[in-house]
Design a protein around this ligand. Structure first.
Ligand SMILES: [Zn+2]
Length: 452
């Protein structure tokens, strides 16, 4: 039995199709989980099983978040970690994270996903790299299914503790054979290769300063044998560059290439300090970058040369990063910061509102190695975000409603459709009771902080 959904009368539908068409008085017709037609309301079918009236709305392809650590929602604004750079910040947080439990992973993932979905995001990756107290990536996957979000679960890992010259304390690192075994189990149990997949697994050792060269290489060969993607942190700040120079006598980009970590199936978070050789290498090989402007500002890591990367042909997506280094994980807010930060670094024409939206949609899809999300056109997965224009934040900005979404105060969605299912209706979740999730999350956050 098929189910149809019609979104009609939109002020504008932003398609992100090949000509970047924006359709006034637009409509989207969805059958089951796939977009069947996009066009003027008058030209589309008038009947459907469910009809959403999008009068006074901008309709966007669901935004795509390419980097996050959702468990960190439990440790936002921790006093001891408010004002440090990356390595100092991590050192203050590792002992707290050592107390994470399976319930904490699940509830924090639900919380982080709820915040993302309300901010226009419909697909997210999550990089979970710390597994104390019998926590598993399965806990995150369960949360994604419950809330109904399209999800790329990245099996992170740390194996080089302080006693071996790494940054994390020894008690939070894992044995490398255990990491590979568990990663293989997750791929075989959960990874869905098919088009419109709701659930994929990613192989994702945490960073060059927390795993060995052997693990980087073995992870790459495992990912390729199963045709799944690879993800890690790279070239985040100057200390990260210094570590790479001292430990490997290479730049981070050279190290990535040496370990087999370049290609269309690889994306690296941050790359704030990626040099010209690295940009050229990433462009030639189709290696992706997850740009995380708020986190980069929060930790004073610098301004990633995104304009330069895009001009060179590097695939760039957007990431809110973990909630402990971007305490407000708002996807549309991140689009705004991406635009503003490029201007701070490289001038007022370094990025337009529409270019920033393109990074968060088409860019994210490319970085996650998908051709079925990031645009509203026939044959794509039915992932749609809708924003009301008649709210205070947009008053006076309706000359250009699409740019208004990015220039004005970041708004929450009134509707979110993910894989054809209405997950948010009139600003309310249809899949979870948000109030009780927040209440439990807050109790667990205090429990975690007090235990350390
Ligand atoms: Zn990160």
């Amino acid at each position: 039995m098929t189910k149809t959904l019609l979104i009609k009368n939109a002020t504008v539908v932003v398609t992100m199709n090949d000509t970047r068409e924006e359709i006034k008085n637009g409509a989207v017709f969805i059958r089951n989980n796939i977009i069947e037609q996009v066009g003027n309301t008058a030209d589309l079918p008038q009947a459907a099983d469910e009809i959403i009236d999008a009068t006074n709305h901008v309709v966007l392809p669901g935004l795509i978040n390419t980097h996050h650590h959702m468990y960190q929602s439990l440790t936002r604004a921790i006093p001891a970690a408010q004002d440090g750079e990356l390595f100092n910040w991590l050192t203050n947080l590792y002992p707290i994270w050592a107390g994470l439990t399976p319930e904490m992973i699940k509830v924090s993932t639900l919380t982080a996903m709820a915040e993302l979905i309300l901010s226009g995001c419909t697909t997210s990756s999550d990089h979970l790299y710390i597994y104390p107290n019998k926590t598993r990536l399965d806990d995150s996957l369960e949360a994604a299914q419950q809330i109904g979000m399209r999800f790329h679960g990245a099996r992170g890992a740390m194996s080089v503790g302080q006693s071996k010259g790494g940054l994390p304390p020894d008690r939070v690192v894992e044995d490398e054979q255990d990491i590979l075994r568990d990663t293989q189990r997750l791929i075989e149990t959960y990874h869905d290769h098919s088009r419109h997949a709701m659930q994929r697994i990613v192989v994702a050792p945490c960073s060059p300063f927390s795993v060995s060269r052997d693990l980087m290489r073995e992870a790459a060969s495992m990912a390729r044998s199963y045709k799944v993607s690879l993800h890690t942190h790279l070239a985040e700040n100057v200390n990260d560059i210094a570590y790479s120079r001292e430990k490997f006598n290479m730049t981070p980009a050279e190290y990535a290439e040496d370990c087999g970590w370049v290609g269309h199936d690889v994306w690296h978070a941050h790359c704030v300090q990626l040099d010209d050789h690295g940009i050229d290498l990433f462009a030639r090989t189709g290696t992706g970058v997850a740009h995380c402007p708020c986190s980069n500002m929060r930790l004073a890591s610098g301004i990633a040369p995104i304009r330069k990367m895009i001009d060179a042909g590097v695939p760039v997506g957007l990431g809110v990063d973990g909630s402990a280094s971007n305490d407000g994980a708002h996807m549309l807010g991140e689009v705004r910061q991406a635009m503003l930060l490029q201007r701070v670094g490289f001038g007022p024409d370094a990025m337009t509102a529409r270019q920033a939206l393109e990074i968060a949609t088409l860019g994210g899809a490319r970085v996650l190695n998908r051709d079925d999300i990031g645009a509203l056109k026939p044959g794509m997965s039915a992932d749609v975000a809708m924003f009301r224009l008649d709210q205070i934040g947009f008053a006076g900005a309706l000359h250009d409603p699409v740019a208004a979404l990015v220039f004005c105060t970041p708004a929450n969605v009134s509707y979110s459709v993910i894989n054809g299912r209405v997950v948010v209706r009139d600003g309310q979740f249809t899949t979870i009771d948000l109030g009780s999730v927040i209440e439990r999350h807050n109790a667990l956050a205090f429990e975690l902080a007090n235990a350390s």
